[in-house]
Design a protein around this ligand. Structure first.
Ligand SMILES: [Zn+2]
Length: 78
């Protein structure tokens, strides 16, 4: 009887180890996809500098490299 319990414990340990490995694999795939989205480069509508889309400031469908350029273009229109 104790042998059966021993093998059952080993089976559970292997299963839990495999499961956490799979979860980590899926997580790293998600992070990879997220970092690919980070890598879309957009150019600043004011100075033309390229910045990752995730770091760019968006205003009226145009991207800017920094807050100053975003606001300075706004004040021009007014
Ligand atoms: Zn700029």
């Amino acid at each position: 009887m104790s042998k059966i319990l021993f093998f059952l414990l080993i089976f559970i340990a292997i299963y839990l180890g495999w499961r956490s490995f799979r979860i980590r694999q899926i997580d790293s795939k998600k992070k990879e996809q997220a970092s690919k989205q980070d890598f879309i480069m957009v150019s600043c509508a004011r100075c033309g500098v390229y910045v990752p889309q995730s770091e760019a400031y968006e205003n009226n469908g145009q991207y800017y490299c920094c807050k100053e350029h975003c606001h300075s273009n706004q004040s021009k229109d007014q």
